[in-house]
Design a protein around this ligand. Structure first.
Ligand code: ZN
Length: 181
């Protein structure tokens, strides 16, 4: 296992739809272990493979930081099969430096996925877990939460980010004390 480098906006890999996993093997299990380790170290409550430069449909999520690992989800080819209600959550992202914004999502989702043990499972999520599942599955579709906010806000963020990159402040680790997904 190793800590993986988290790709930051505007890295191209974050815009690319990820490919479905065709075989669940030891290499993939290792990748998921390293992703979980990277997520806890960040710290964040979720991480999708494109965020570490692997364009594959796999995500890890753990919304319970009181007991890390106990509710860790490692999901392969996750798909939202049902969604209900509305919720507005202030989202942040490990790939979007220094920015959070309110995003509207479904309040409840049902997700179907495969596990590293090659079992097909269904996960029901409400509130933060529902938000995290939708946010991570968006990553697999090449979408960031800043694609779901108003154009003005997005342009302002892009400008701020470009300025940071020019000034060489691109990868500083100062983060808002918000939940990062
Ligand atoms: Zn994210």
């Amino acid at each position: 296992m190793a800590l993986l480098r988290i790709r930051k906006f505007p890295d191209d890999v974050l815009k690319k739809p990820a490919l479905p996993v065709e075989s669940i093997n030891g290499r993939l299990a290792q990748l998921l272990d390293s992703m979980a380790q990277t997520m806890y170290a960040a710290p964040g409550v979720g991480l999708a493979a494109p965020q570490i430069g692997e364009s594959q449909r796999v995500i890890v999520i753990d919304t319970d930081h009181e007991e890390p690992g106990k509710h860790l989800l490692k999901l392969i080819n996750p798909e939202i099969v049902e969604s209900e209600g509305k919720i507005i959550w202030e989202e942040g992202c490990l790939s979007v430096v220094d920015y959070t914004a309110d995003v509207e999502r479904a309040k409840h989702v049902l997700v179907r996925a495969w596990t590293p043990e090659q079992k097909q499972i269904e996960i029901e999520g409400d509130e933060l877990l529902a938000v995290a599942l939708q946010h991570e599955i968006d990553h697999l579709n090449g979408k960031l939460f800043i694609d779901r906010i108003s154009r003005i806000k997005r342009e302002l963020y892009k400008r701020k980010r470009n300025k940071m990159l020019k000034e060489g402040k691109a990868d500083h680790d100062e983060r808002p004390s918000k939940v990062l997904i």
